[in-house]
Design a protein around this ligand. Structure first.
Ligand code: CP
Ligand code: NVA
Length: 339
């Protein structure tokens, strides 16, 4: 298993064995962290975190994981640097590679992070693009494995805007790890047919299936996991809200909808989530559309079926594993792997 020097741009680039190994390493780091055992394996290295979109979990995970590994990190936000305005991605990649041992990028089209990686001479990690959110996936599948013990005989149903970064990435990762994947939502928002075909082929190799449906009962009846996400993603125009609400309100995850799934079904969500009106955007939506909850009701979000905060914690352990494996020979963690 050799990750040193590699980029982490999308999970299509990794084998099931490599993804499983990243999860194992993340679980090992989680044990060390919980036992408060020092693991500064990457002392004297520096990483840069380039965010063209806002973040709480991803930024904090990269910062805490860097510190735990003994590294220093520099945060560059949506404003305050030259990126994009005065300096191209190509030039930025070459400048940052002279100062840092790794570059995280969150932003817009997947082609931007791919270009950054092409011109950088150090590993580039995708912290979310319009099409994919791969670090989220490692956290999600670590959480699933912790909760269910393995990936065998599981169905994950993504309900909502199935062609967004979370929907696409869940389809890819489910296919890689042999989890049955169902995209449940209006046809207008189904994932790209080419990506579906690729994922179906990968799923078949790993003993699972990829299904698309606009029928809630059909989509949920065998679900062990129901995954929902915001109806309008970062970077999409505000004017989309009216259209998306009309399309996606029938797919809101209420207690009654949750009851269509298997009795052991859990709720997952990358977060942040619109499950109440305690934020400025939610208040604005309430004023304009009269909605107090969106993709999931507060009742389901706060219920004992919800494992969303386990997912959030696992962002940090999994991002630590990605940075560690791509920046080292991966030797130090081996003693902890099978303990
Ligand atoms: N889930 C996730 O990526 O959260 P942030 O936008 O807060 O990083
Ligand atoms: N689909 C969401 C995911 C946030 C973690 C977005 O891109 O805004």
């Amino acid at each position: 298993m050799n990750f040193k020097g590699r980029d982490f741009l999308k999970l299509l680039d990794f084998t099931p064995e490599e993804i499983t190994y990243m999860l194992d390493v993340a679980a090992a780091f989680k044990r060390l962290k919980h036992a408060d055992i020092e693991h500064e394996y990457l002392r004297r290295k520096n990483v840069v975190l380039l965010f063209e979109k806002d973040s709480t979990r991803t930024r904090c995970s990269f910062e805490v994981a860097s510190a735990d590994l003994g590294m220093k990190s520099t945060y560059l936000g949506p404003t305050g640097s030259q990126v994009g305005k005065k300096e191209s991605i190509k030039d930025t990649a070459r400048v940052l590679s002279r100062m840092y041992q790794g570059i995280e990028y969150r932003g817009f089209d997947q082609s931007i992070v791919e270009e950054l990686a092409e011109y950088a001479s150090v590993p580039v990690w995708n912290g979310l693009t319009t099409q994919f959110h791969p670090t989220q996936m490692l956290a999600d599948f670590l959480t699933i494995r912790e909760h269910f013990g393995s990936f065998k005989n599981l169905q994950l149903t993504f309900m909502g805007d199935a062609c967004n970064n979370a929907g696409n990435s869940l389809m890819v990762t489910s296919a890689k790890l042999g989890v049955n994947f169902v995209a449940c939502g209006p046809k207008e928002l189904w994932p790209d047919p080419e990506l579906v075909a690729t994922c179906r082929k990968i799923a078949a190799e790993n003993g699972s299936t990829v299904t698309l449906t606009d029928d809630k009962e059909e989509g949920l009846k065998n679900a062990n996991i129901v995954y929902v996400d915001v109806w309008v993603s970062m970077g999409e125009p505000e004017e989309l809200w009216a259209k998306r609400i009309a399309l996606l309100q029938p797919y809101q995850l209420t207690k009654e909808v949750m009851a269509m799934a298997k009795p052991d079904c859990v709720l997952m969500h990358a977060l942040p989530s619109f499950h109440n009106t305690e934020t400025t955007i939610a208040k604005d939506i309430e004023k304009k559309f009269g909605l107090k909850e969106m993709e999931v009701t507060d009742e389901v979000f706060e219920s004992d079926r919800s494992i969303v905060f386990d997912e959030a914690e696992n962002r940090m352990h999994t991002i630590k594993a990605v940075m560690y494996l791509t920046l080292s020979d991966g030797e130090e963690i081996k003693h902890e792997l099978h303990s």
